[in-house]
Structure formats: structure tokens, C-alpha cells
Design a protein around this ligand. Structure first.
Ligand SMILES: O=C[C@H](O)[C@H](O)COP(=O)(O)O
Ligand SMILES: C=C(OP(=O)(O)O)C(=O)O
Length: 353
């Protein structure tokens, strides 16, 4: 049995946190990778376009598409080049927004993303990771592509939020008050995933919480703690991602979600994530999910405002073995390859015409 320690007996090693390297402030990185007036207007236009879809003023389908995670900024740039060409080809029916996910929530432990460990070797060079993340997002926005990410660590928001057109709060954090507060102050629209066990109620609660103004603990652009006052974010929606291996993209589940939103007095608008439990983690099944959702939409369900796809230059995934990585293949969840993605989105756009 372990004896209880009194406060004075607590060993120093247990109380003193380990200090690592200091990090640049959000302001320093914003100065290093600035957003000029033209780009600010472009990002503003991207946000407006997403809001118009959420408000039903624009009947295009919102498509959040891109790698499960970014581990190689060069490959992500290549992907963005392809996507920006496709975005123009389908822009009459689809609004393509690129997933630029630089943080990954893990079920237990694992690589946590470009912002944390950009060299993929456990060195956790976060100063470089933050810079690489901001620079990449800025370059992608400058290509004319709206940028989406999942905000996981609230301290990262001030480094990136001025670049975002759409943000996810993930299945593991939708129930977190801290993430709902964060969402309430974002200018980008926010999709709240249902929980990993499939519970959609927590995402509906999150929408209500984020619509409210909050006062919460935050860091300002100079890295100082302050009390942040948020106006509340009316541009939020549910993202159905399935749960515990069971999908929830079929008409019955979509209808149940729509009814639950209406019952709560909320706008019935939702996105389907074609990956994760909806594809039963088999990337090839994302096409099947997307085509089913398209069928529901064509049958008249206008609450389905968008879809999410995990897609990269090449299909599948690979283990993280530094030095032996294949170019453009995911090191987290398996993705559709570019050719299949392009064919699928051209088909969807055509059918929506
Ligand atoms: O989208 C990515 C993963 O599903 C999520 O980050 C959890 O990953 P893990 O279960 O491999 O840790
Ligand atoms: C982690 C993700 O999804 P979820 O939160 O649904 O697991 C993701 O989209 O990368």
C-alpha cells in the first residue's frame, strides 16, 4: 500500500513540470507569415461562401476534402495544386474546402501531427511545426482554396484561426466546454462531430453552447493570459461520422438527426463524414457513402449541406517509418487516392447538375 504524502513531503520531481523550448508567440508567427489585404479579403469571401451554404442562400454542396493529416508540406502543396484545378471545374455545384489537419487527436498515443512533431521522429520541434503549419495554410489559402482544420489544442487557435474558412471540433472533444467556448469565438463556421460512441446529442448540445457568447480563459496574440469575450457563433452544424464501427449516414440516421435538431429549435443542417466509422475505416467505402448521401440530397433532403472525404495523392496508408515513407500516402487514417477522388467529385458535380 502507498502511504499518503503530505504537501510538504511531495517530491520535487512530481510537482515541477519539465520545461522544454520556448515557442514563438502567435504575433511573431503572424508577422513572419502575414496575411495581406488581398488574402484577408479572399479568406473572408471563403467564409461567406460557407455561411451562404449553411444559410441555404447557396445550394451548392460543401465538400471538406484532403488528407487525414499533413505530415509532408510539399506533398500537401502538390495535392492543393490538383484540388484547386478541380475546385474551379466543379465550382458551379460544389464548394471544395481543403482539409489541412496539423493536429491529430489520438485514441491512446501516437504521432500528434505536423504542429507537434514535424520531423516525424519524436523530437517534437513545435516551433518549426507551428511555423510550417501556418506557412502551409497561408499558401493554400493564397491558391484560392478555402482551408479547413480540426482545432484540438485551444492554444494553437491564435496561430492559425485567421486563415480558416471551416473548422472541425472532433468526436473526442465535441463534449468539451473548452472547445465549445473556442468555437463560440471563431469567425469560421464550425462542424461538431458526433461522439466516438455515435451519440449525436453531444454535438447538438455543442451547437447550442457555441451559439452563446462566453467569457473564457485564453492567450492573446502576445501569449499573455486574458479573459476572452466571444460573441457566439451561429454558423455551426453537426457532422455525422458514425460511431463504434457503426455508420450513421443512411437516410434513417440522417432523418433522426434532422428531427433532433428541429426539436431543439436549431437549423436542420448537417454534414456527413464519409470516412471514420461511416466507412468502417475502409477508405474505398467512402465512395459508397458519398453516393448514398448524394442520393438523399437528390431526393430532396436539403438539410444535408455537406460531406467530408479523406483523400491524398495516393490511396491507403502506411506505417510511420522515417526514412522509408512513400510520397503522398497517409500516415494516419487511410485515404482515397487522387484519381478516385477526382473521378468521384466530377461525378457528384455532374449528377447535381
Ligand atoms: O482521423 C484520425 C483518427 O481516426 C483519429 O485521429 C484517431 O486515431 P487513432 O485511433 O489512430 O489514434
Ligand atoms: C479525427 C478525425 O475525426 P473524428 O474526430 O471524427 O475521429 C478527423 O476527421 O481527422
Amino acid at each position: 500500500m502507498t502511504a499518503q504524502l503530505s504537501m510538504t513531503e511531495t517530491p520535487a520531481a512530481e510537482t515541477a513540470p519539465t520545461r522544454g523550448d520556448s515557442l514563438p508567440t502567435p504575433q511573431a508567427l503572424r508577422q513572419r507569415f502575414p496575411v495581406d489585404v488581398a488574402l484577408r479579403e479572399c479568406i473572408q469571401a471563403h467564409r461567406e461562401a460557407v455561411r451562404d451554404i449553411l444559410d441555404g442562400r447557396d445550394d451548392r454542396l460543401l465538400v471538406v476534402v484532403g488528407p487525414c493529416s499533413i505530415h509532408d508540406p510539399q506533398a500537401a502543396r502538390e495535392y492543393a495544386e490538383h484540388l484547386s484545378v478541380l475546385a474551379r471545374q466543379v465550382e458551379d455545384r460544389l464548394l471544395l474546402v481543403m482539409r489541412v489537419y496539423v493536429e491529430k487527436p489520438r485514441t491512446t498515443v501516437g504521432w500528434k501531427g505536423l504542429a507537434y512533431d514535424p520531423h516525424l521522429d519524436g523530437s517534437n520541434d513545435m516551433a518549426h511545426g507551428l511555423a510550417a503549419s501556418r506557412e502551409l495554410m497561408r499558401d493554400i489559402a493564397a491558391l484560392g482554396l478555402p482551408v479547413a482544420t480540426e482545432l484540438l489544442q485551444p492554444m494553437l487557435a491564435p496561430y492559425l484561426e485567421d486563415l480558416l474558412a471551416w473548422t472541425a471540433i472532433g468526436a473526442r472533444t465535441t463534449e468539451s466546454q473548452i472547445h465549445r467556448e473556442l468555437a463560440s469565438g471563431l469567425e469560421a463556421a464550425v462542424g461538431f462531430k458526433n461522439a466516438t460512441d455515435g451519440d449525436v446529442g453531444v454535438a447538438i448540445d455543442a451547437i447550442r453552447a457555441a451559439a452563446h457568447g462566453h467569457r473564457h480563459f485564453a492567450l492573446d496574440l502576445d501569449g499573455r493570459a486574458f479573459m476572452r469575450e466571444t460573441p457566439g457563433n451561429p454558423y455551426t452544424h453537426v457532422v455525422l461520422r458514425g460511431g463504434h464501427g457503426e455508420p450513421n449516414y443512411q437516410a434513417e440516421a440522417v432523418c433522426a438527426c434532422r428531427r433532433a435538431l428541429e426539436k431543439a429549435g436549431l437549423e436542420p443542417r448537417l454534414m456527413v463524414d464519409c470516412s471514420h466509422a461511416n466507412s468502417r475505416k475502409d477508405h474505398r467505402r467512402q465512395s459508397e457513402v458519398l453516393l448514398d448521401v448524394l442520393g438523399q440530397r437528390l431526393a430532396g433532403d436539403r438539410s444535408l449541406i455537406g460531406v467530408m472525404l479523406e483523400s491524398y495523392l495516393h490511396g491507403g496508408k502506411q506505417p510511420l517509418q522515417p526514412g522509408a515513407l512513400r510520397h503522398g500516402v497517409s500516415i494516419t487514417d487511410a485515404c482515397l487516392g487522387w484519381e478516385r477522388t477526382e473521378h468521384l467529385l466530377l461525378t457528384v458535380a455532374e449528377r447535381l447538375r
